[in-house]
Design a protein around this ligand. Structure first.
Ligand SMILES: [Zn+2]
Length: 174
């Protein structure tokens, strides 16, 4: 499914949305099309090229709502790095770890959950890091906001048409 890069009126990338939402915003006059894919989409009444980059016609402040506590967001916060050995892994080779084990009163919250590779998770078992002679590479805390770079990281391929708009704050994965 094609993804669409949503830009602020300033051309700053805001986030990635799906094409249906982009088309809805377009028909509501909220955005303008900046770049298109080759593919066309047809409905009963119209046919348009699928947008790949759209720009808001009104300035929006970047959202500062709390980041959702989810497995994926924990991996993103920790940059897909095991917080014990520091290795970088694909999501399938990662799990999350309760720093203070649940059985010992550790809570399932930003400050007590870290990204962990399978090996380190096994090694640590139900122990506290100190008991397992393991140290965290960084103290876990609640992220303020996930920058756009982390959003694009999920995409296997960033469309060519996005490149011009991602230059300022995005480092693309090779
Ligand atoms: Zn590890």
């Amino acid at each position: 499914m094609e993804q669409v890069l949503l830009l602020n009126i300033t051309y700053e990338p805001l986030r990635v949305i799906n094409w249906k939402r982009a088309v809805t915003m377009l028909t509501l006059g909220k955005v303008e099309v900046v770049e298109e894919y080759d593919r066309e989409i047809h409905s009963v009444s119209f046919a348009i090229r699928l947008p790949s980059v759209v720009r808001l016609l009104r300035f929006v402040k970047k959202p500062n709502t709390p980041v959702k506590f989810s497995r994926q967001n924990i991996y993103i916060r920790d940059d897909y790095r095991c917080q014990y050995c520091g290795g970088r892994f694909s999501p399938t080779d990662l799990t999350w770890d309760h720093v203070i084990p649940k059985a010992r009163g550790g809570k399932t919250e930003w400050e007590n959950i870290v990204t962990c590779c399978i090996d380190c998770n096994r090694k640590k078992g139900g122990r506290k890091p100190s008991e397992a002679s393991m140290t965290l590479i960084r103290k876990p805390k609640m992220p303020e906001w996930l920058p756009i770079i982390k959003i694009t990281f999920w995409l296997r391929h960033v469309p060519q048409s996005w490149h011009d708009y991602l230059y300022w704050n995005v480092e693309l994965e090779p």
